[in-house]
Design a protein around this ligand. Structure first.
Ligand code: AMP
Length: 210
């Protein structure tokens, strides 16, 4: 199954993606995670991406498209994948369609996790993530060490209020048009991202099972 997970920052893409990937046995590919790892390692890519990310801006299309194209060529993607945080622009969506068409395949579903702006701000301003493994702390705001690896919990630099406002604006301008793009393609599944993580996951998996 080839799936894209869409949604505003804070809609719960990372949390749901981890579960969907486990349930369907497909790799979870998060461009945000790949870029954060590059920043942490101080690679050339990381140095280039960092300034965009900390301001809440998108990393240029050609950079991200190259990363994803390379990742999709890995053998573990042969039977499917779950993209989280990609595509984020119409140019990225078109590049993805082209890359898939070249290998004779196509997306099966695009799940849009829907959430309102006030909830985005509320969730992100209290969100804490593990500084070591990147896991999202649950419940938000806890000061315990990371439940997965025992690492220290931190606030992501792009979860600061000014970066959150910019990310929301960027989402509306550049990513929201994808809702129409995939709706026209007939593969959009709209899911309300409210309720507990389990409730959202149950709805998403029922949709994907269909
Ligand atoms: P995320 O973890 O998906 O919220 O991504 C964190 C940040 O990484 C974003 O705010 C962007 O700066 C950058 N990023 C992640 N995915 C993309 C993408 N597909 N296109 C451009 N920038 C991206």
């Amino acid at each position: 199954m080839r799936i894209v997970l869409l949604g505003a920052p804070g809609a719960g893409k990372g949390t749901q993606a981890a579960r969907i990937s486990e349930r369907y046995g497909i790799p979870h590919i998060s461009t945000g995670d790949i870029l954060r790892e590059a920043v942490k390692q101080g690679t050339q890519l990381g140095r280039r991406a960092e300034s965009y990310m900390s301001r809440g801006e998108l990393v240029p299309d050609e950079v991200v498209i190259g990363i994803v194209a390379e990742r999709l060529r890995q053998p573990d993607c042969a039977k499917g994948f779950l993209l989280d945080g990609f595509p984020r622009t119409v140019a990225q969506a078109k590049a993805l369609d082209k890359a898939l068409a070249e290998t004779g395949c196509h997306l099966d579903a695009v799940v849009n996790l829907e959430i309102d702006d006030a909830e985005v701000v509320r969730r992100l301003s209290s969100r804490r993530v593990c500084g070591s493994c990147g896991a999202i702390a649950s419940p938000a705001g806890t000061s315990e060490p990371c439940a997965s690896c025992g690492g220290e919990l931190i606030t992501r630099s792009d979860d600061r209020p000014e970066a959150v406002r910019r990310r929301l604006q960027v989402y509306k301008e550049q990513t929201e048009p994808l809702v129409e793009y995939y709706s026209k393609a007939g593969i959009l599944c709209r899911e309300l991202a409210v309720g507990t993580v389990d409730e959202v996951f149950d709805r998403v998996s029922q949709t994907l099972d269909r």
